[in-house]
Design a protein around this ligand. Structure first.
Ligand code: NAD
Length: 284
């Protein structure tokens, strides 16, 4: 299958490389030249522009930073896409904007298929993929998605993006409260590695105790490959969704405020696990 892959960053690079290894013809485009080179090194075809990347592609995968960029990109290529092509937005985009974008298209179809699992699981093809769209449309792209991970359909178009944002609101809130607990225990004199061992056999367990703290915080590497500002974008999408549907989210909004304050003090390219660095500075 000829697949266009747009956005070859931290996630897009290992995902597109897997599609190449699975035998697909992958025509990729990214604004950044090193990203295009990464695809060429992996055996894909690095296009010099968007129009070349989508030429002849029945499936167009997007792995871009946000809805603004997704919308601008789709508007840029829709009239040149193969008739009947299917666009798979795997970025973490805004569900209502996804729904509106999908409804506005003619001649091509858009489904959403955002992911969880980070760079490590993008490399191993073990991403959790949450989809939104008509079952028949999703079935057409399953041969692509199955190379990247395991798919669960959340509902109509936009539903994958809704679940993704809500998941990251939970994940970011877990990371913040886990970090508060870890710092308090540490100050009390308990070895952090021992605390994680106990938490991971107790009810406070989460992705933060099982993965983020032991792999990126304790070693001090802060290199999960997921930017703090991308996490904050997802959290804002989730509280926006709660406001839109009228459900209470006092904790979510408090977490957004904390993460916004961290984003205003940390470096522009800070990893999301650096929320702990911000917390250590005792923000009060
Ligand atoms: P990234 O910043 O590493 O990659 C994004 C890429 O898009 C960059 O290479 C950039 O040059 C490219 N790009 C930006 N505008 C473009 C345009 N107009 N045309 C072509 N290329 C363009 O980000 P990432 O971490 O790979 O995340 C991508 C998406 O996946 C985001 O929506 C993010 O929220 C989501 N996500 C990330 C992770 C993670 O662990 N990194 C996990 C799950 C979901």
């Amino acid at each position: 299958m000829t697949v266009a892959f747009i956005g070859i960053g931290n996630m897009g690079a290992p995902m597109s490389a897997r599609l190449v290894r699975a035998g697909h013809r992958v025509q990729g485009f990214d604004l950044a030249e090193p990203a295009r080179r990464a695809l060429a090194d992996a055996g894909g075809i690095a296009a010099d522009d968007l129009a070349t990347a989508i030429r002849g592609a029945g499936v167009i995968v997007l792995m871009l930073p946000n809805s603004d960029i997704v919308e601008a990109t789709v508007r840029d290529f829709t009239d040149r896409a193969e008739p009947g092509a299917i666009i798979v937005d795997m970025s973490s985009s805004e569900p209502l904007r996804t729904r509106a974008l999908a409804a506005s298209l003619t001649g091509v179809t858009l489904v959403d298929a955002p992911v969880s699992g980070g760079v490590a699981r993008a490399r191993t093809g073990k991403l959790t993929i949450m989809t939104g769209g008509e079952p028949a449309d999703l079935a057409r792209v399953e041969p692509i998605l199955s190379v990247l991970g395991t798919t669960t359909r959340a509902g109509a178009v936009g539903s994958g993006h809704a679940v993704k944002a809500l998941n990251n609101l939970m994940s970011a809130t877990h990371l913040l409260v886990t970090s508060e607990a870890m710092l308090a225990g540490e100050r009390f004199g308990i070895d952090p590695a021992i605390m994680l061992e106990i938490f991971n056999r107790s009810s406070g367990r989460s992705g933060s105790t099982e993965n983020k703290w032991p792999n990126f915080v304790l070693p001090g590497t802060f290199d999960s490959g997921f930017g703090l500002r991308l996490m904050l974008k997802d959290m804002r999408i989730a509280v926006g969704l709660a406001a839109e549907v009228g459900t209470p989210d006092p904790l979510g909004r408090a977490a957004v405020e904390m993460w916004s304050r961290a984003a205003s003090t940390l470096a522009a390219d800070a990893d999301h696990t650096e929320i702990v660095t911000w917390l250590r500075k005792d923000p009060g």
